[in-house]
Design a protein around this ligand. Sequence first.
Ligand code: 6YU
Length: 496
Amino acid sequence: MEGRRVVAVGAGLAGLGAAQRLRGHGSLRLLEAAARPGGRVHTRPFASGLVEMGAHWIHGPSPENPVFRLATRYGLLGPEAAREENQRAEAGGHPPLPSVTYGSSGRALSRQAVSEARDLFDALLASARAFRGAKDPPAPSVGQYLRAEIARRVPTLAGGDEDDRRLQLAILAACLKLECCISGTHSMDLVALEPFGEYVSLPGLDCTFPGGYSSLPDHILSALPEGTVLLSKPVRTIRWRGSFREEGDETQDFPVRVECEDGDAFLADHVIITVPLGFLKERHQDFFEPPLPERKAEAIRRLGFGTNNKIFLEFEQPFWEPQQQLLEAVWEDESPLKEPSADLEANWFKKLIGFVVLQPPEQHGHVLCGFISGKESEYMETLSDAVVLGTMTHVLRTLTGNPDLPAPRSVLRSRWHSAPYTRGSYSYVAVGSSGDDIDVLAQPLPEDPEDLRPLQLLFAGEATHRTFYSTTHGALLSGWREAERLNQLFGPGAGK
Ligand code: 6YU
């Protein structure tokens, strides 16, 4: 066969993006473990509409965002997202939605109390981003820094009134949980402070895909030559630094052999690996033969990869006001200055930050989407639908103070931690790691640029993008980056 053979592992946005951009190769095969493309972009039918099990919004839908550009080009977005004002708005990753905040004593909390605590939290969070490059940051983690700053302000919180101060602390504890969902971590104490400001938020008010986020990977895939993507094809081992030949063909040998769980094998000159960091953490020792160099293995161990799950609830009738888009939960006995409960069985549901109302109801029905991160989220994955539905009913009755609130009609949740080819939701820069680890993870192998068989293994995926990690645009850009690396190697006339 003429030209170089390329195999990509994983048909999420990184793998599909790489396939979309690769030029001048002899052949390309994209091997995907699941029976569908998209990876952590996964739209499913629920109630009368569609729901997103994974990525929800385009974060920062503006011209610099490649997901926004592609989605616009393919005509996948609604008119609201296309508005110029929408693209310019600076929401800093926290778009304001009309909301109601319920306390665990069964009442809606005063807007003033909520915005006072939130303004303080936002200011502290902004200051946490300012330690980028600092030689001696005041704390190792974002959580420790924020809690120390909150502790310093306790005497002046809420003008010193004891009850109001307790409420401010409870709202601040809820703000920390929201931040855990955004960072995809169990605790902000695990997120490194110094590199926190390296993550870049693009301008634009986050928007959704009216026909589902999966319309994007589906669209990319449909433009690839037929037979490029093989679904239900989990890779077991990648043998590299070898010399492999096809049976009966002595003319060509390949440095890499990709072996699948079903016994099939693919020989290649180059393999683009886009499997999630969670999968690499669990499997890298036996996934690569020979094993990855220690520097790369260390980066995999050090970087963070946590869980953020969604719980969708369908109701016969809404109990919320039509204008409300966000229902937040505050447990009034909590405080960022107290240790959170370690009793998962008794208290897992308190980690839930509240619910987004899926809009518009004519399309979705009356559906709430709850978000929950960390160990509590992983514990939730082990429970039955009936238990989760029962617990959510209890939570909503407690928060609204209405013991007769009708139970939801149905429930659907994501289970990203149990998913064997993902093992969590997305990456963060953990205490003990830095942005340099992201670059090490992204570094192709073999490391020696003089190697006669360069770029045997290339690495893409959200966790390899230093400023846009944890997002769909980071994933897509990382795939484009690795395709471009190969395009440069092949040169303008290669493979033709
Ligand atoms: C975004 C959002 N979003 C919610 C939830 C989740 C994620 N993200 P993939 O996993 O897609 O593909 C790899 C493939 O490899 C996969 O198909 C596997 O099956 C396959 N594979 C694995 N092993 C294999 C093997 N052995 N053989 C063959 N195949 C194998 N991003 O932009 N907006 O609203 C959300 C959200 C619940 C789980 C998200 C969001 C993250 C994206 O979904 C994710 O990054 C990309 O889809 C990953 O694509 P990929 O190709 O790399 O991997 C300061 C600071 C803060 C930092 N964070 C701020 C941003 C917050 C992130 N937003 C999250 C919010 C939500 C709600």
